[in-house]
Design a protein around this ligand. Structure first.
Ligand SMILES: [Zn+2]
Length: 251
C-alpha cells in the first residue's frame, strides 16, 4: 500500500473526512469519499485550510490538546471546567469572525476585544449602559461578536446556559489573561488564535429544554460510558455533575 497525501503528495498514514478543503486559495468539494493525508499536513491544516468535521478522531485529539494548552496558559483548570460552555461559545465567536470576516486577525486584536467586551459587560452588570468601543473597526467587530454571545448567555436565549453578567465578565477576563500569557511566550502573533480555532466545535453549545447539552467538547473521553466523542450530539444525563474527572490532564 502506498497511499499519498492529497496535500503534499508524500506518503500518507491517515484519512481525512473533511467535506471541504481550501486548496491554493480555492474551495474544493471532496465529495463523500475520504482522502489520504499525512500527519504533518493534517496538523498544519486543521481548521485552517481544512474544514475538519467535529467527529474526526484526529481533530478531536487535536482539540483536546489545544484546550489543555489554553488551560495551561491561565493555570486555572478548575475555572476552565466550571465555565466550559461559556468559554467554548466565546471562543467559537472568535473563530467564526476569523473564518468569515477577518482571516488575518491577530492575537493582540483578540485580546483587546476581550478587554472591551469585559468592560462593557461589567458596567452592564452594575446597572449602567456604556459600551467600550474601539477606534479600530476590526477590534470593534470582534467585540460586538463576543458581546452578542455573552448577551445570549446573560438572557439564557437560544438555549444557551443562563449566566450572570458578573460571571460573563470573569470569563472574558479569563480569556484576556490567556491571551496575555500567550503573548509572553512569544511564539508569533497568532499562536493564541490557532489554539482557539482548534479547540472549538463547529456549533455553539446549547442546553435542550430538558437539560441536555449538545456539542460538548471534552478534554477526555468519558470512561465507563458509551459516549466518547468530542462535539457529539448525545444527551448528557449528569449535567451539573461535571467534575475534575471529566477533564483529566493526562491525555
Ligand atoms: Zn501531506
Amino acid at each position: 500500500m502506498s497511499e499519498v497525501c492529497f496535500v503534499c503528495g508524500r506518503r500518507a498514514n491517515r484519512q481525512c473526512p473533511a467535506d471541504s478543503v481550501l486548496e491554493h486559495g480555492s474551495q474544493s468539494a471532496a465529495g463523500a469519499s475520504l482522502r489520504w493525508i499525512c500527519s504533518q499536513c493534517c496538523g498544519r491544516g486543521r481548521r485552517r485550510t481544512i474544514n475538519c468535521p467535529d467527529n474526526c478522531p484526529h481533530f478531536r485529539t487535536g482539540a483536546r490538546a489545544a484546550l489543555l494548552k489554553l488551560a495551561e496558559l491561565s493555570q486555572d483548570l478548575d475555572f476552565e471546567i466550571r465555565n466550559g460552555e461559556v468559554l467554548h461559545n466565546l471562543r467559537l465567536a472568535v473563530s467564526r469572525v476569523r473564518r468569515s470576516r477577518l482571516p488575518d486577525l491577530k492575537d493582540s486584536e483578540v485580546r483587546q476585544a476581550f478587554t472591551n467586551a469585559a468592560d462593557t459587560m461589567r458596567t452592564r452588570s452594575s446597572g449602567l449602559i456604556f459600551d467600550f468601543r474601539s477606534p479600530d473597526p476590526r477590534v470593534q467587530m470582534l467585540g460586538d461578536a463576543l458581546l452578542s454571545v455573552a448577551t445570549l448567555h446573560e438572557r439564557g436565549e437560544k438555549q444557551m446556559a443562563k449566566t450572570d453578567a458578573a460571571d460573563l465578565v470573569k470569563c472574558l477576563k479569563y480569556l484576556e489573561r490567556q491571551a496575555a500569557a500567550a503573548k509572553k511566550q512569544e511564539r508569533g502573533d497568532t499562536e493564541f488564535l490557532e489554539l482557539i480555532v482548534q479547540s472549538v466545535s463547529r456549533e455553539y453549545l446549547v442546553r435542550e429544554p430538558e437539560g441536555l447539552v449538545e456539542g460538548r467538547l471534552r478534554l477526555k473521553p468519558e470512561i465507563g460510558r458509551q459516549r466518547t466523542s468530542v462535539g457529539s450530539c448525545r444527551a448528557e444525563k449528569d449535567r451539573g455533575k461535571r467534575t475534575q474527572t471529566d477533564i483529566q490532564a493526562s491525555e
